[in-house]
Design a protein around this ligand. Structure first.
Ligand code: QV4
Ligand code: CA
Length: 511
């Protein structure tokens, strides 16, 4: 009995690093700006059948309505209250989504914007997604309520009241990030208000939180409100399960604030991952895929068991936040699929797949002047996600998570979960391959010439469907086949002009 108790305590204390996905599901998809009713449908019709572990949703709390520019996506990062009431839906629709997704084993992770309220420059009134009154000038948010006592104005030492230097850890935490009214998180009243908001979501059934702008909160203040959080809802989670926490901290190195400052609270977003992988796959700065042999901690990333990783996110796919020009996105489809495929095959971190909307990019002097454009909408109402005959999405939803190559690599990651990184091979340039124990094997050709090689895969003998060029349907491969001989070796040929110059096989795609 004592052993069981010990195991349950150990399991419990590690839980804030654990996404609590259903057994055999390993990846999260960010359904950026989707409506709650569409997410519920997607959980049932697509995410559960294809082994997605959970969904990161856009902030569900009431936000400011920005009319100039017209309804930018980033208005949702300017809270007005903690009412579940946004363009994605109301509380009833939110509850329905959480229930339906949990009932098919797909978790919900909430984007929690708790460092600040709306921008200092916004005019007072009721221009908010639920009509709540607010007055930035007097720091009044009557639907919480917050008043001037609850903000950091007195504590910030810069003349502008804004963050002026990212190397001054006090400014970064106690001053306004791009003018956003900064909450006084050392106050128990503020910590309690935030905990009440997050506990409301936990009681409805969410599995955890992306904590927005974590770099701008003191780790100790965050711990104070995180310690006030309830255990997860036992309708869907084991007794004593702690909310999964992943903190948005952009640390590309060189700043006073480090990701490791936040490890005590939960996982942390590893922004070096997407920035470096984009540089390697684009073959910039002399980078080459052969260097990926020691990918992960070998590249000075944080420990794998603290990392939340992604190729791009909602900020850096449009030039916000960090990562710069090397970030690969759906706009760079062929290279993007290789990068996402590599991420999902490699054992490092908890993986998050981006699912975007298309917007009218328009570059002036190298900057996309339409980087603010919000989700597809009809006079402000977010458009439904329509599904086409060919299973792609309509209405300008990109649905990268439905692209065969990405969906099948999410499944690949599930099949190889727990298997070690094995059988690495490279040609010294941009042709590389590796296996995951005896469950899966992947090979890339990112050179400007053909790949033709016979390699040890570690897999049992048999005929495998390549899940990049097609699917295994009934007992038939719709794409290429790979034959693994009794000694585990297989021959691979990949043209450098192939639509997708990589091949992936695993034991669940074996004829
Ligand atoms: C402007 C001026 C300010 C001025 C202010 C007056 O820039 O100097 O004081 O007006 O009100 C929008 C506008 C921004 C404007 C601000 C209003 O773009 O120009 O300030 O509103 O104050 C998103 C967008 C921001 C947007 C913000 C709020 O990226 O452009 O600002 O939402 O609507 C750092 C952080 C990191 C952060 C990243 C973007 O360390 O945490 O910057 N990433 C997260 C989210 C991101 C979000 C925020 C944080 C803020 O991922 O999407 O910013 O919640 O690296
Ligand atoms: Ca702050």
């Amino acid at each position: 009995m004592r052993l069981l108790l010990l195991l349950s305590v150990l399991g419990g204390c590690w839980a804030q690093y654990d996404p609590h996905t259903q057994y055999g599901r390993t990846s999260i998809v960010h359904l950026f700006e989707w409506r709650w009713d569409d997410i519920a449908l997607e959980c049932e019709r697509y995410l559960a059948p294809n082994g997605y572990g959970g969904v990161q949703i856009s902030p569900p709390n009431e936000n400011v309505v920005i009319s100039n520019p017209s309804r930018p996506w980033w208005e949702r990062y300017q809270p007005i209250s903690y009412k579940i009431c946004t363009r994605s839906g109301n509380e009833d629709q939110f509850r329905d989504m959480v229930k339906r997704c949990n009932n098919v084993g797909v978790r919900i992770y909430v984007d929690a914007v708790v460092n600040h309220m709306c921008g200092n420059g916004v005019s007072a009134g009721t221009s908010s997604t639920c009509g709540s009154y607010f007055n930035p000038g007097s720091r009044e948010f009557s639907a919480v309520p917050y008043s001037a006592w609850d903000f950091n104005d007195g504590k910030c030492k810069t003349s502008s009241g804004e963050i002026e230097s990212y190397n001054d850890i006090y400014q970064v935490r106690d001053c306004r990030l791009v003018g956003l009214l900064d909450l006084a998180l050392e106050k128990d009243y503020v910590r309690t208000k935030i905990a009440e908001y997050l506990n409301h979501l936990i009681d409805i059934g969410v599995a955890g939180f992306r904590i927005d702008a974590s770099k701008h909160m003191w780790p100790g203040d965050m711990k104070a409100f995180l310690d006030k959080l309830n255990n997860l809802n036992t309708n869907w989670f084991p007794e004593g399960a702690r909310p999964f926490i992943y903190q948005e901290v952009i640390d590309l190195g060189g700043e006073s604030i480090q990701s490791s400052d936040y490890f005590g609270n939960g996982r942390v977003t590893e922004f070096k991952y997407g920035a470096k992988l984009g540089t390697v796959i684009r073959k910039w700065n002399g980078e080459k895929m052969a260097y990926l042999k020691n990918w992960g901690e070998g590249w000075a990333f944080m420990p794998s068991n603290r990392a939340l990783v992604f190729v791009d996110n909602h900020d850096n796919q449009r030039g916000h936040g960090a990562g710069g020009a090397s970030i690969l996105t759906f706009w760079d489809a062929r290279l993007y699929k290789m990068a996402v495929g590599f991420m999902l095959a490699h054992p490092y971190g908890v993986t998050r797949v981006m699912s975007s909307f298309r917007w009218p990019r328009y570059f002036e002097n190298g900057k996309d002047v339409n980087d603010w454009v919000g989700p597809p909408n009809d006079n402000g109402a977010i458009k439904r996600v329509t599904i086409n005959e060919d299973t792609t999405c309509g209405n300008d939803w990109v649905c990268e998570h439905r692209w065969r190559q990405i969906r099948n690599m999410v499944i690949f990651r599930n099949v190889v979960d727990g298997q070690s990184f094995t059988n690495w091979w490279d040609n010294g340039s941009n042709q590389v391959a590796f296996g995951r124990g005896n469950k899966g094997f992947i090979i890339f050709n990112n050179d400007d010439w053909a790949l033709s090689v016979t390699l040890q895969t570690g897999l049992p003998a048999g005929t495998y469907c390549d899940v990049i060029s097609g699917d295994k349907i009934d007992n038939h491969c719709t794409g290429n086949q790979i034959y693994v001989s009794s000694d585990g070796r297989a021959s691979f040929s990949i043209s450098n002009t192939a639509e997708d110059p990589f091949i992936a096989i695993h034991v669940d795609a074996k004829l």
